[in-house]
Ligand binder design. Structure first.
Ligand code: SF4
Ligand code: ZN
Ligand code: ZN
Length: 305
């Protein structure tokens, strides 16, 4: 298969990737160009940020977040990184090493939040609070610290590496349950809220997992290939598999499902769902829908054990 762009220019060059959703085969050079333009257009289309904004990228050590941190800097944005060390055995140790090595390589500032000193590692929390799924605790804690550090260190935008496959699997789950509240919050940009929440953006929302993996590989970025051991059996992985099968039979379905949600359903939801009743946590002063925030609640539970 030959590169379509090279062909237009009258050059015959082997393609390294076939993007079936776009009916496009590209050589290395044109794939990189296509990928970076796609990110740039997504940032512009959703008015995510400009070169004047101070961006913090949440980096797990995986292909998406490290690739995102790299591409934002390559495109000239002012982006530093934040990593949450979850304390999940070897997986967290390796992830942190990849992130630290990468930060040094690109010469950008990296903030590390070590959960074992801040609250407790996810492995310990899993044991001590068995009635709550570890992923739910992990999600609450990660969001809390990332938002807190972003504000404290003067960043106004938080970027995450959620890709199209991640977005589709969440969208699919929320649609199966017709969870209008969650659907109303699923947008590639969530605006800042007073001095409580920084703006959250997902520049990879129109990039598939496969496209992200190819870009990270071509850029020579080393990343952790293992999945978090606690993700085994997660519903989101099953939804990804279902969508992978549909996409194989009907290329372009993922993108169509996502784009049509944003275009057709999302505008109807935003006006109907009321804002959460936000207040400040009485203990830590961070935003919360209750008097005491979820993280302070977890800390209190741990103290009683
Ligand atoms: Fe956290 Fe691992 Fe669950 Fe992801 S899979 S939310 S990293 S515990
Ligand atoms: Zn080409
Ligand atoms: Zn609190």
């Amino acid at each position: 298969m030959n590169c379509k762009i090279c062909k237009i220019k009258g050059i015959k060059k082997n393609a390294i990737v076939n993007l079936s959703s776009y009916n496009l085969s590209l050589c290395k050079e044109h794939f990189i160009e296509w990928f970076e333009r796609r990110i740039q257009n997504t940032i512009k289309d959703f008015h995510m940020f400009t070169k004047e904004d101070k961006i913090l990228v949440a980096v797990s050590g995986g292909k998406d977040s490290l690739g995102l941190w790299f591409v934002l800097n390559k495109l000239g944005y002012d982006a530093d990184g934040i990593h949450i060390d979850l304390g999940i055995n070897d997986y967290s140790k390796k992830s942190r090493e990849y992130v630290e090595e990468f930060a040094k390589k690109i010469g950008r500032k990296l903030y590390i939040v070590d959960l074992s000193t801040e609250i407790a590692s996810i492995s310990i929390l899993k044991e001590k609070i068995p009635n709550k799924p570890p992923c739910s605790l992990c999600g609450i804690i990660k969001r809390y610290y990332i938002n807190k550090i972003s504000k404290k260190e003067g960043y106004n935008v938080l970027a995450t590496g959620h890709n199209l496959d991640d977005e589709i699997s969440v969208l699919f789950g929320n649609t199966l349950n017709w969870n209008l509240y969650y659907l109303s919050k699923q947008y590639p940009i969530l605006k800042e809220h007073k001095d409580m929440f920084v703006r959250k953006v997902k520049p990879y929302c129109r990039i598939t997992e496969k496209e992200s993996a190819i870009y990270t590989f071509l850029m020579g970025i080393k990343y952790i290939k293992e999945e978090c051991p606690l993700s085994i059996g997660a519903t989101s992985l099953k939804y990804k598999k279902i969508f992978g099968d549909i996409e194989e039979q009907f290329p372009g379905t993922k993108l169509k499902f996502f784009n049509n949600f944003l275009r057709r359903l999302y505008p109807l939801l935003t006006n109907k769902i009321s804002e959460e009743n936000l207040q400040r946590c009485k203990i830590c002063d961070e935003p919360s829908s209750l008097e005491i925030c979820a993280v302070c609640n977890i800390k209190m539970k741990l103290a009683k054990l």
